[in-house]
Structure formats: C-alpha cells, structure tokens
Design a protein around this ligand. Structure first.
Ligand code: RP5
Length: 163
C-alpha cells in the first residue's frame, strides 16, 4: 500500500442553502485529516462552472467528489457524466418532499454512469465523508489509520446500558 498524502476530496453543492448539511462532510474530513475543498457548483444555475469543474477534476488531483443537491438534484449525475472520478451524491432534505425527490433523483441513475448515493441530509453528509475516506484508504495507510481510530472512538462511545 502506498502512502500518498496528496489525496483531495472536493465537496460541491448546488446552492448556498445546501451548506448547512454539507458542512458535516467537511467536519468529518477535517477530523480524518483529509485534504478537502468546498465549492458551490450548480448544474442548472452555473452549468459552465459545473462543466469546467468536472472536466478539470482529474487534472486537479481530486480523488473523490461529494456532491450535495436537492429537489431534482441532477448535479451528482451530471458531474459523474463528465468525469470517471468517483462521485458520491448527498440528497438534501428538500422543503416540499422532505428529500425523497433528491434521494430518488440521485439514486436512480440509469446504467452506465454510476453515482454512489447515501441517505438524506446530515447523516448522508457524514456517511459520504466516511465513504470517501474508505475509498482513499485503499491507497493511503495514514487515512486508513485515521478512519479506524474514528470507528474505534464511535464504538467506545456506545454505552452498554441506556440511562
Ligand atoms: C438545488 O436546489 C440545490 O441543491 C438546493 O438544494 C435546491 C434549492 O436551492 P435554493 O433555491 O435554496 O438556492 O439546486
């Protein structure tokens, strides 16, 4: 296993309003000491920005893209159509349909262009960060170590009896 330290995760989201959810991705990545950056990239409001971002993702040394989107939530699928870098989609809890629209949109990618989909909202954002760490840890033993430490801490935090 190599020990590359230049892995980077990019967290993108369709709107500023998604940040209250997507900030949990950044929080976990920080704990795991994974280099990351955060951007607003909208498939329908800033399509040129989205295309440029996805087209240059490999050149910019991005290992995993986490994309949060709500409503018709096409951002993760659109990015995945432009790059072969793994894309994890986070369905944002939408106001009208409680995120079911976002979840179905992101998870129902037709064959050929996969998007890994996590659950709706904050839990999904946390799991997306943990999943990106698992992917990176294939080639980075430091990240694997950090991920195992995080899991052990979680295990220790579970009480044996309810209080
Ligand atoms: C999507 O539309 C975003 O991902 C967001 O979840 C949703 C609503 O955006 P705002 O109207 O709050 O900017 O593009």
């Amino acid at each position: 296993m190599s020990n590359k330290r230049n892995h980077k995760v990019t967290i993108v989201m369709g709107s500023q309003s998604d940040y209250s959810t997507m900030r949990y991705c950044a929080k976990i990545l920080k704990i795991l000491k994974i280099k990351h950056e955060t951007k607003i990239v909208s498939a329908h409001r800033t399509p040129a920005r989205m295309y440029k971002f996805a087209k240059n993702a490999e050149k910019n040394n991005i290992s995993v893209i986490i994309a949060g989107a709500g409503g018709s939530a096409h951002l993760p699928g659109m990015i995945a159509a432009i790059t072969t870098i793994p894309v994890i989609g986070v369905p944002i809890l939408s106001k009208k349909l409680n995120g079911l629209d976002s979840l179905l949109s992101i998870s129902q990618m037709p064959k050929g262009i996969p998007v890994g989909t996590v659950t709706i909202g904050k839990d999904g954002a946390i799991n997306a960060a943990l999943l990106s760490a698992s992917i990176i840890s294939i080639n980075d033993k430091n990240i694997r170590k950090n991920l195992n430490l995080w899991r052990n801490k979680q295990t220790r935090s579970v009480k044996k009896k309810p209080s």
